[in-house]
Design a binder for this molecule. Structure first.
Ligand code: HSE
Length: 436
């Protein structure tokens, strides 16, 4: 059979990684797909830039519309990133009945519902394995390998930059801003690092995971999102003293008739495998009712790990070319007419344990006032830590771990604690996830 003709949009780090992997593994890819995969054309804004990939034999252009309108091209690879022009180009390719492979998490999280509906109408596939967890085959695992399960919850470290920052803060006692600057120098961070450190990138990825896990539409605007910018070296130390590590997690969980969707820092017991995922690595823990807990670990970014996922999609899409569209794996794991609108619960209804860090004047009765406020609201205390005050400090640190409680109850307790005149600075609250 003739090779499949692929047009590539975007020759950045990942685009070049894909060109290299497709060339290096051409014979293995052919053995798997049943035919060759040829990248015949590629577009980039600046063709003069020096690149770490061999582009001879690929027709180059600065105009991506030439590729999406080329009748010879069967598959379009979108590796531009961001919303526009990526959205218009992907929809244009679909309109021309071309299959699409994309690594664009923001595009899928925000516009996936529209893109998949259009793709289904046109009988083409839009594949997006590389959008979550880089090289980890997490989309395929949840969508296909766990399809015998009712997924109960998943929790993941799905932003490598945030994990690198928290790991350095813990290992070297460094401050947040200092480590962020290094992550940017090393090229881990997104073009706009607020996407990484404010949790937006993780929320894009969680939106996608939750949708394929529970069979719900993509709902990025319903994800509760909190970043890591307020985590201090002191919180990291306190957590360690209590036997925990602070990680930035994306959590999707069934609760009653609804779904919790939340991205935020969390203390995890240090023995949990997820607590030991360090540096830029990613991992996702998925709990299915039949299989129990399963863990997927690997590089969440980088040229070749991301290319690994993109090329796997290319192989799948190549096989799909000869499959009746109604028999293909559905984009969001469940048949489009079987997606259900389970309500996404407001964060006030989430259930979690809490780490509370207070600074208060060191005088009798302060701890008693705090425990009374918690007790009155039936919030049970699991541990208390009062580190030795620093030399000459006018106030003392108090750290409290609570038992799991509804977020609205801890909010009430925190308001009452904040109103105590003994507090010298606003209280810090970080959720605690035991991942049981
Ligand atoms: N900025 C992302 C991260 C890259 O740090 O994980 C991969 O999506």
């Amino acid at each position: 059979m003739k090779p499949v003709k692929v047009g590539l949009l975007g020759l950045g780090t990942v685009g070049c990684g894909v060109v290299n992997v497709v060339a290096r593994n051409a014979s293995e890819i052919r053995r798997r797909a049943g035919r060759g995969i040829d990248i015949v054309s590629a577009s980039a804004r600046n063709l003069a830039r020096r690149r770490e990939c061999e582009l001879s034999g690929i027709e180059l252009t600065t105009d991506p519309s030439i590729i999406i309108n080329d009748p010879e091209i069967q598959v379009v690879l979108e590796l531009i990133g961001g919303i526009e022009p990526a959205r218009t180009l992907v929809l244009g390719a679909v309109e021309n009945r071309k299959h699409v492979v994309t690594a664009n998490k923001a595009l899928i999280a925000l516009h996936g519902n529209e893109i998949f509906a259009r793709a289904s109408e046109k009988g083409v596939t839009v594949a997006f394995e590389a959008a979550v967890g880089g090289g980890i085959p997490i989309i395929k695992a949840i969508r296909e390998a766990l399809s015998g399960n009712t997924i109960e919850w998943l929790a993941g470290i799905i932003n490598g930059t945030g994990n690198f920052i928290l790991t350095e803060m813990r290992d070297k006692g460094r401050d947040f801003a200092d480590v962020l600057a290094e992550a940017q120098r090393l090229g881990y961070a997104e073009a706009d690092p607020t996407f990484d450190v404010e949790g937006i990138d993780a929320a894009h990825k969680l939106t996608i995971l939750a949708s394929i896990a529970f069979g719900i539409p993509l709902q990025f605007d319903r994800v509760y999102t909190e970043g890591i910018t307020r985590i201090t070296a002191k919180d990291v130390r306190n957590a360690a003293e209590l036997g925990y590590r602070i990680k930035h997690l994306g959590i999707a969980r069934r609760q009653g008739e609804g779904i919790e969707l939340r991205v935020h820092p969390a203390l995890i017991p240090h023995r949990r495998l997820l607590a030991n995922v360090d540096g830029v690595m990613n991992a996702v823990l998925v709990r299915g009712d039949a299989v129990g807990p399963t863990l997927y670990y690997g590089p969440g970014a980088g040229a070749e790990p991301t290319a690994s996922a993109v090329v796997a999609d290319l192989v799948d899409v190549t096989r799909d070319l000869t499959v009746d569209p109604t028999n293909r794996v559905p984009h969001l794991a469940f048949q489009p007419d079987a997606l259900v609108d389970l309500p996404v619960l407001p964060i006030s209804q989430a259930i979690s344990a809490y780490y509370l860090h207070l600074r208060a004047f060191d005088r009798p009765g302060v701890l008693a006032d705090i425990t009374r406020i918690l007790g009155e609201r039936k919030i049970s205390i699991e541990a208390v830590l009062q580190p030795q005050p620093e030399e000459g400090a006018k106030d003392a640190s108090i750290v409290i771990l609570t038992a799991p409680v509804r977020e609205s109850h801890i909010d009430e307790a925190i308001t009452a604690i904040q109103s105590l005149d003994a507090l010298t600075v606003p209280l810090t609250r970080i959720r605690v996830e035991t991942l049981k």
